[in-house]
Design a protein around this ligand. Structure first.
Ligand code: NDP
Length: 231
């Protein structure tokens, strides 16, 4: 039987590359994005394979998350990838941080991953317990923060890391593994054209890391090459 993965923010960037990587590896992919009608690459893949289910989901809509989980009640999930992310406005710094934008970034980067984990807990807690992989960022690491600034994004990912730790403590007794992942500096809309690696390289590495996770790795922060990132 095919393994099942649900990926958020699946229409572009790292999310889209993860969709392709998991499809190529023979998984069934539940690809969530805000506007499936505009997701041309995903639509094209869906025309080619029955292993891709395209779903509409804005991760800040908690009711929609619950409805989707109810819709998928009978489908055991091997993997939930909380990939959707938002950097927020660029060019702000000490003295002009926009609190409304901060709340928006937190909704997407920090609160949504927990809401998805809570909603899909029944599907993850199956006979073969699943994995919750949250796309964090080195930028959220306290140790790596030597340059300051980036208050909104940094704090949202640092808080996400804290969410992952608690998920791990709460759910590992049931066999569910939770990890925070750093995808590398990736050439996407968020990463920009000067980034170091292609989305495909990141996705291939992340998939390898996730495939090789065991219980001892739960509650850790790993990059796309499997190296531990300092909190
Ligand atoms: P992109 O900006 O290229 O893509 C972001 C994705 O998140 C899009 O699919 C976007 O959908 C989706 N998204 C944003 N808001 C929502 C929402 N409310 N509901 C549903 N989906 C939403 O980012 P990347 O692919 O580069 O990043 C993927 C993840 O990796 C993010 O969590 C990011 O923080 C993290 N990361 C990326 C790095 C990089 O170098 N690129 C480095 C470190 C971490 P839409 O098209 O509808 O806007």
């Amino acid at each position: 039987m095919k393994k099942n993965v649900l990926i958020t923010g699946a229409n572009r960037g790292v999310g889209l590359a993860l969709v392709n990587a998991y499809l190529n590896a023979g998984w069934h992919v539940f690809a969530c994005c805000r506007q499936p009608d505009l997701a041309t690459e995903l639509q094209q893949r869906q025309n080619e394979t029955e292993a891709l289910t395209l779903l509409a989901l804005d991760v800040t809509d908690h009711q929609a998350i619950l409805s989707l989980s109810q819709q998928m009640a009978d489908i055991p999930l091997d993997l939930l990838i909380n990939n959707a992310g938002y950097y927020g406005p660029k060019g702000y710094g000490f003295g002009n941080t926009d609190a409304d934008e901060w709340r928006k970034v937190f909704e997407i980067n920090t609160i949504a991953p927990l809401k998805l984990a809570e909603a899909f807990y029944p599907q993850l807690k199956s006979e073969n317990p699943g994995i919750i992989a949250c796309m964090s960022s080195k930028v959220g690491s306290m140790t790596e923060n030597t340059s300051g600034g980036g208050y909104i994004y940094r704090s949202s990912k640092a808080a996400l890391n804290s969410v992952v730790k608690s998920l791990s403590n709460d759910l590992l007794p049931e066999g569910i593994i939770s990890v925070a992942l750093h995808p590398g500096w990736v050439q996407t809309e968020m990463g920009g054209p000067n980034a170091l690696i292609a989305p495909q390289t990141s996705a291939k590495g992340l998939m390898h890391v996730i495939n090789n996770l065991s219980k001892i790795d739960s509650g850790t922060f790993l990059d796309y090459q499997g190296k531990a990132v300092a909190w």
